[in-house]
Design a protein around this ligand. Structure first.
Ligand code: ACK
Length: 932
């Protein structure tokens, strides 16, 4: 407010009235003219005298204040800083005073002495100015004392004073005067145009360790100076650098990195990661998909790469240091993924069967239901369909109840279908008959010579061979013979033989069932699912040998010949049945019991050499009960080992039968092969899980055969997968295989590099990195597998091979070929060859050359040539993997980042139309010295 306007108007009014009536006068008696100057901190008294009003007249007399930056007058009373007194001095004279004991800069402004009567308003004013030493305005100044800041951040310190005359401001750090300079300090000062306020801001950016210390601000004018001080210290801080927004969306199957940065974490500060899905407990994340580095400013960065191949990866990712943590929520968007608790359901006619289909999808499915023969099932007398959408968009579920189950339903396939804008997924459930003979529901009396035969929806008790049913009882068809101890003659029992009059009976151990042939014992678990055609077509050797032995007994007595003849007939029938049975079932070796001579198959007796192998396999908590496994079909087998698809009850704690792959060595395997298998088991046991490494789920080591249970990967090995997708017709190619895009192929390379980075970080050398040892699932997720040659080099980094066996010569680095030296860098060499396999869709490396020629030329420094479809950049990556000096080869972490970049920039790294026919050469067959 400028005084001329408001007091001028009032003055004019009072003058007019004075002229008209000539009576009241208002005058402030102290002050220099219209300005009064006071010293800061001193007391001030303003006195206003009013004359020309009778003492009895009812008037209003008061002090009013208008600050420099305001226009509204404030009536002052005896409150706060002021005290106002009014006295009647004489009949027509009154005095009103305004006092303050401690005048401050903020009191500057205009003070009006204002008289209001019925006739008009009369006013005088004085302008108050305060002079003196600078005084800090604590409301506008950074609070003095300790200032806890973060290194690398901007630090602003504000210093505001009131002073008249205006103050000059200076900043000091540890006693040294600071200037606005390139040394990281900026000083900006605003000086008063009007009033008394001077404000100065010192900005420090970025705050470094050297800039921690004592800061002071000094304000000076001719009357004196004032100083205030801060002590700047650094506190640790953790921030999420990426993704920038919490709740970022990522497509199912894509990869996203979460990065945290920690400043002032102190020496050796390590950021750790954990994950929680849907409010579940926190799981610590470790392994090769975490990369940490220290930047030039000393901040510790940690980056977690996650491939969101499952909806279960949606959740909160948290980086932590000490008690500090930061979290980011990642939401997955993608097509439905249908999961069935089981793909076969067994039930009896008349039962009510409920099939449950669980779907993960985001957004939530628009179609969710059950189909039979391409017709969607709705509610009817037989079917009831329920849909539930749980927890927002991510989980949904549909159930189909079939009530009653009828015989005609056996073999029916019900398809669960889920669609959303992102895609579609389906899974089938097949209804099967209950095999009462193996579930224990059948009541046939085996000791009364009854045999249980399963029928559709029920079972029947038949009489065993050599017996007829008479009066409801199975009775021997021939007269009772003289008893011979058949068990001693030559029993055919798988496990225990019990002699009894005229015959013998076989008994099985707990968890085994005697089969319809009355001889064979198979684990109960083998029968829980209808058998799928197995691999073995050979009846066990003992069956025919046993027959010969019976004939060789040479009992000369006529009656005994008859008995032997009967036995031979039984054995022949038994053998035939046994052969049939084994054709239907997977030939899984039976568990090796304790070695009691005479009772069990001697092929499983423990010898001394094996004893030390078992001692390595002390229980570790991964032991899985053999009885909770049921074997389905063979996935593949070599000379000594085999992999079988199986189901394991609740191995992932789901309470359900879950698909797994089980690896085992055949009973015919040599000790060296068995030892290698145990070694592989010890390696995979210590590997932590990673999306690009086949997960180890458990093992059976308590009895022979030792089993390694792994995650089941449903697309087979990468080599066959690539070959099936070649553009030209090959015997392996089937019409429904979708062609691969260069992007698919590069994503395989990236995933394998990530899996290998994880393996290398765990100090494991794989030694057999090749497309045949990578498994791929139907969603194109690649997983490194087969640790048969792998070695654990904790603390050494180098492994020197000592034993013999076929070698992956074409994938081997020169130092491995020359000196049998294996390191993670020799795995990198093999990875380069694997890249070449990907680019050539599964050709055999060094086509046309023998293993010996390959060895010679690799040792001479020759390399695989650049395939015509591969561009120079991609070949450049392969070539770096094949650097003769292993230290110059990239790490798997670097390779992962290279492929991340390549996948982002969408260049023409692979031109599939440039493929040459000749490159497709595939070396067939196994050579003794080399793995192909
Ligand atoms: O090409 P494939 O189908 O994939 O045939 C071989 C076979 O077993 C012998 O190694 C397959 N296989 C090995 N491990 C697994 C697994 N964890 N899941 C699925 N198949 C597997 C491999």
């Amino acid at each position: 407010m400028y005084p001329g306007l408001f007091p001028g108007q009032l003055l004019a009014t009072s003058l007019m009235l004075l002229v008209a009536e000539g009576v009241p006068t208002v005058r402030i008696t102290n002050g220099n003219g219209t300005r009064f100057v006071a010293a800061v901190g001193k007391s001030v008294e303003l006195e206003c005298t009013v004359t020309g009003i009778s003492d009895s007249k009812d008037v209003q007399l008061r002090w009013q204040y208008v600050g420099d930056f305001s226009i509204d007058p404030v009536i002052l009373g005896s409150t706060g800083y002021y005290s106002v007194t009014q006295v009647v001095q004489s009949r027509n004279m009154r005095v009103i005073t305004l006092q303050t004991a401690d005048v401050r800069y903020e009191y500057e402004g205009y003070y009006y002495c204002h008289l209001q009567t019925a006739e008009g308003n009369y006013t005088d004013y004085v302008e108050l100015r305060v002079e003196g030493v600078p005084v800090f305005d604590l409301n506008q100044t950074t609070p003095p004392g300790e200032l806890a800041s973060t290194l690398q951040d901007t630090l602003d310190i504000v210093c505001t004073v009131n002073a008249r005359p205006g103050a000059a401001m200076q900043w000091f750090m540890n006693g040294t005067l600071l200037y606005s300079s390139a040394r990281g300090y900026t000083i900006s000062t605003t000086e008063p145009l009007l009033g008394t306020v001077t404000s100065s801001t010192l900005s420090v950016f970025p705050l470094t360790r050297e800039q921690l210390g004592n800061y002071s601000c000094v304000a000076k004018n001719i009357r004196g100076q004032a100083r205030t001080e801060w002590w700047v210290t650094a506190v640790p801080r953790l921030t999420v650098v990426s993704p920038e927004t919490n709740g970022s969306r990522v497509n199912l199957g894509d990869e996203l990195t979460v990065q945290c940065k920690g400043v002032n974490l102190g020496n050796g500060g390590k950021i750790t990661w954990s994950f929680s899905s849907n409010g579940a407990a926190w799981t610590t994340l470790t392994g090769g998909n975490i990369v940490a580095w220290t930047d030039t400013m000393g901040a510790i960065n940690s980056q977690l790469s996650v491939t969101y191949s499952h909806y279960s990866s949606q959740g909160i990712y948290r980086c932590s240091w000490n008690t500090m943590f930061q979290s980011v929520f990642i939401r997955i968007v993608g097509p439905p993924v249908v999961t069935l608790s089981t793909t076969t359901v067994t039930a009896l006619p008349g039962d009510a069967v409920t099939l449950t289909c669980r779907v993960n999808a985001n957004p939530r499915p628009t179609t969710l239901g059950w189909f039979y023969r391409n017709q969607e099932l709705g509610n009817s007398t037989k079917y009831t369909v329920y849909r539930t959408y749980i927890t927002g968009d991510l989980y949904s579920q549909t159930t189909l109840t079939i009530d009653p189950m009828e015989e005609t339903d056996y073999g029916n396939k019900y398809k669960c279908v889920a669609n959303n804008v992102q895609g579609r997924d389906t899974e089938n459930v097949t209804l099967r008959d209950v095999n009462e003979c193996v579930t224990g529901e059948a009541t046939c009396e085996w000791d009364q010579h009854e045999i249980c035969v399963d029928t559709l929806g029920s079972y029947e008790c038949h009489c065993g061979t050599g017996f007829d049913r008479r009066d409801g009882i199975c009775t021997a068809t021939t007269a009772a013979p003289v008893d011979v101890n058949q068990c001693k003659v030559d029993h055919q029992c798988d496990q225990t033989c019990v002699n009894y009059f005229g015959s013998f009976r076989c008994e099985c151990m707990a968890d085994f069932l005697l089969q319809a042939d009355m001889v064979t014992c198979l684990p109960v678990s083998s029968f829980m699912v209808s058998p799928v055609t197995g691999s073995s077509t050979q009846p066990p050797a003992g069956a025919t040998a046993g027959g010969n032995n019976v004939l060789a007994i040479g009992l000369g007595v006529g009656i005994t010949v008859v008995i032997v003849a009967i036995v031979v007939i039984i054995v022949v029938i038994v053998c035939r049945r046994r052969g049939n049975r084994e054709r239907e079932l997977i030939d899984i070796p039976k568990p090796k019991p304790s070695p009691t001579p005479g009772l069990y198959n001697s092929a499983y007796s423990v010898n001394d050499d094996e004893a030390h192998i078992y001692s390595e396999l002390a229980p570790t908590g991964n032991e899985f009960p053999r009885g909770r496994l049921r074997f389905l079909n063979s996935l593949g087998e070599g000379k000594f080992g085999r992999v079988v698809m199986a189901e394991a009850l609740s191995i992932n704690k789901t309470g359900k039968w879950e698909e797994v792959a089980v690896k085992m060595v055949k009973e015919t395997a040599t000790d060296a092969v068995k030892e290698d298998f145990y070694h592989e088991l010890t390696i995979v046991r210590k590997l932590s899980t990673h999306p690009n490494v086949v997960a180890f789920l458990g093992c059976v080591t308590a009895s022979d055969p030792v089993l390694m249970i792994m995650e089941y990967v449903n697309g087979g090995d990468l080599l066959t997968f690539l070959r099936k997708r070649r553009p030209e017709k090959t015997p392996e190619k089937t019409s429904e295989e979708e062609a691969l895009t260069p992007k698919d192929m590069l994503s395989f390379a990236l995933q394998i590099a990530r899996g290998m980075a994880h393996i290398a970080a765990q100090k494991i050398i794989h030694r057999d990195v090749a497309a045949r040892n990578v498994l791929i699932d139907r969603k194109h997720v690649c997983k490194v597998s087969d640790f048969g040659l792998a070695r654990d080099v904790e603390g050494a980094d180098v492994y020197e091979r000592t034993n013999k066996g076929p070698l992956p010569i074409r994938w081997m680095a020169p130092e491995s070929l020359r000196d049998s030296i294996h390191t993670s860098k020799s795995d990198v060499w093999s990875f380069g060859v694997l890249l070449w396999e990907i680019v050539t869709l599964g050709s055999s490396p060094y086509p046309g050359m023998s293993g010996q020629q390959v060895m010679t030329s690799v040792l001479e420094g020759k390399k695989l040539v650049c395939p015509p479809q591969c561009n120079k950049d991609l070949y450049g990556i392969m070539s770096r993997c094949w650097n003769d000096s292993d230290t110059s080869r990239p790490t798997f972490d670097i390779l992962s980042r290279d492929f991340e970049r390549i996948l982002e920039d969408e260049g023409d790294y692979i031109q599939l139309n440039q493929m040459e026919e000749g490159i497709y050469q595939v070396l067939e067959g196994m050579r003794p010295e080399e793995k192909l």
